[in-house]
Write a protein that binds this ligand. Sequence first.
Ligand SMILES: [Zn+2]
Length: 393
Amino acid sequence: MSNLVELSTELIAADTVSHRGSRKAMDRLGDRLLSAGFRVELQTWGEGELEKANLVAVAGPAEPDGLILSGHLDVVPFADQPGWTREPLALGFEGDRVFGRGTTDMKVFLAHCVEAATQLDLAALNRPLALLFTSDEEIGCQGAARLVPRLDGMFGDVPRPKLCWIGEPTSWEVFHAHKGVVSFEVEVLGQGGHSSVPEAGVSAIAVAAQLIARIGEVQAELRSEPSEAFAEIFSDAPYTTLNFGTVVGGSALNMIADACTFSLSYRPLPDEEPSALWQRIRQRLLDEPAVDWASGRAPVEIRISEPSAAPGLGSPLGTSLELALRERLGEQRIAGAPFCTDGGQLAAAGIDSIICGPGDLDQAHQPNESMSRSAFEAGTAHIEAVIRKLCIE
Ligand SMILES: [Zn+2]
């Protein structure tokens, strides 16, 4: 069995679903890098089986520039996901596909990074090479948010590289930008009662429906104000998109609903302050109070939760990393990734990230997750070539 197959098998077998622990699997990656001569720092949180970790491994001289390779070790749940006909935690090969939870998103890229890094002659590095692996990416990039304030200390006397390659699944497409993601919840408290006397109560559902319609107006305004700067990069939707995720309300057909809660998320353009739209929506809901149509009365309370935000990414075009990837992978369109990554958090630390990886986006988070065998086999060499370009030549 090749090293890559062995390491990928080990990583896929480790159950690192975000709500579980990742420490043990991260330790094993750290051990390999340590043995190869990297200096390894872990940031840990949680306890026992639920302990999680971020990892920073650094090699090379205390010179500026250099490169960070990054990915997340956590994966999305599979236990209650219908459609699996394979063992999720077993790496499997069939035809031209490689199967297992985390093949595409994104443990195999981590294996590629470790393979490339441990085969490298570290004495040849003229600029630093770092590996930065996170946990909790799949739950709002929380691991990266935890890591960024501590980052400088984890590089020791080596200047922190300003470029980062994040191998999220893009089928090797090169993306320099992505939108952020912000979510929040709106809870309406009405006044319950029997459905025969709606004039005596306040239907939380009726009020929530009006609030949803008002947010829908904001949504239509956003759609009518596309950004020229991002017209090409996000050609499908060059504006902040918004989605209603859940609505839960009422308890029975013959009762006035006393509570209704809905959740929503939006994806701001990289140049927008993530919480700005939350402010705008909040103001809109507070400025135009909604009343129940049946009673003409206002709800007892409208609670709008604080936003949970992961920032977008807008790396400058033409960084040496982007050029090296384009040279290696061939001519491509200039575009933004259709999903959020740790790169938004890293940008806050002055690190420009490029998103490009071996997995396929349509496989991420799916049952029977898989990636192409050719991408599996090509990854290590692609990484070696880019390391050579940025850290050695
Ligand atoms: Zn991912």
